[in-house]
Each structure stands twice: as C-alpha cells, then as structure tokens.
Design a protein around this ligand. Structure first.
Ligand code: AMP
Length: 186
C-alpha cells in the first residue's frame, strides 16, 4: 500500500483521545513508509495527523480547494500541496491517489467523505477499502444506525461489512493493509 487517505475533522473535538488518535495514526502511517493523503488543513484533527506523519519523516500530500486555504488554515509544512477547484475534485483526487481510506472522528465534512468513498465502492467506481476508526465510542451511534439500516432492509449485509470498524490507530492500519488491493501508480 503506497498511500492512505485519512478523513477527519477540521476541528480538534472536545476529547483529547480523539486528537491523540490522529497523532498515533499519522505516526503509524509514516513509520510504515506509507504516504499520507489528507485535506491539507493545519489545525484540528487534520493538523494533528499531518504534523505527526511529518515528525516521523513521512510524506504528506494535502488536497485542498484554493478557496479553503484561509478558512481551513492550509498547513505550511506539507510535502506536496495539490490545490483543486472544488469539493468534488478534492474527493476524486484523494480517491485516485490513495489505496484505502481511514476516517477518524470529525464532522459533516468527514461524514460526506466517508460515505462518498463507501458509495463509490458499492457502485464499483473503485475497489479501495474503508475503515472507520471508532475512538472511545465516538461513532457508536453511527454504527448502531448502520446496523438499523441493515435490519430495515436498506443496506445489504455484504455492503455493511465493506465498512470495517477499528478502535485503535494500529488496528485500523492493520485492517486496511489486510484488505488492500494492488497500489496505484498515480
Ligand atoms: P469537518 O469534518 O466538517 O470538520 O470537515 C472535514 C473536512 O471535510 C474539511 O476539510 C472540509 O472542507 C471537508 N469537506 C466538507 N464537505 C466536503 C465535501 N462535500 N467534499 C469534500 N470535502 C468536504
């Protein structure tokens, strides 16, 4: 696996363990010689995952629309900046650059990215795995709702299991590596 895309909040959230998980994940990705693809922000969960990967001598690629440079506090120290024109281009480039996706705690932007990658997998647009990193129960309610969707007949069991769930950065990385498809060239 050459590159992993991490989706996460532009804010840090109220619980230190969520931010600590972002740091642990950035460190673990870099330690394995895998490049980090993320939203390019310098603060919150995004800043934490990027700072940690850079501190561990990892390569970090930030994919961010030009009009969000200021609002999302573009990270000044990343290895490579990929400036794009909008959100759809951002998600498309993140998807094509990466071999898999991990979602840390975040807000509606993170949800949008998580579900877009999952629905693209369901539609056969890509075959890259996604892992939901459920730190300290942040995503318990979402996981319960996904199970409810399955019980209600709106989500097929084989689709439900496509979204893997892990409870630590190391487990998320391990799960993603096990589910890996051959790396991209791009
Ligand atoms: P949030 O989880 O709301 O803090 O947002 C996390 C990241 O998702 C931020 O970088 C947002 O700019 C980004 N984001 C929000 N909406 C979208 C979207 N429709 N497509 C791609 N990225 C988005």
């Amino acid at each position: 696996m050459k590159r992993i895309c991490v989706f996460c909040g532009s804010r840090a959230g109220r619980t230190a363990s969520w931010r600590n998980a972002a740091t642990a994940l950035g460190t673990a990705i870099a330690a394995r010689g895998i490049e980090l693809v993320y939203g390019g922000g310098g603060r919150g969960m995004m800043g934490a995952v990027a700072d940690a990967a850079l501190a561990a001598d990892g390569r970090v690629i930030g994919v961010i629309p030009r009009d969000l440079f200021l609002r999302e506090h573009l990270h000044k120290g990343i290895t490579e900046l990929r400036a794009v024109e909008g959100m759809l281009e951002r998600k498309s480039l993140m998807a094509s650059l990466s071999d898999g996706f991990i979602s840390l705690p975040g807000g509606i932007g993170t949800m949008d990215e998580l579900f877009e990658m999952w629905t693209w997998a369901q539609l056969g647009i890509h075959d890259k795995p996604s892992v939901l990193l459920n730190i300290d129960g942040y995503y318990d309610a979402l996981i319960a709702f996904l199970d409810h969707m399955t019980d209600a007949g709106y989500l097929e069991p084989h689709q439900r299991v496509q979204l893997r769930v892990a409870t630590s950065a190391d487990d998320a990385l391990q799960d993603l590596l096990q589910a890996a498809v051959p790396p991209t060239d791009g």
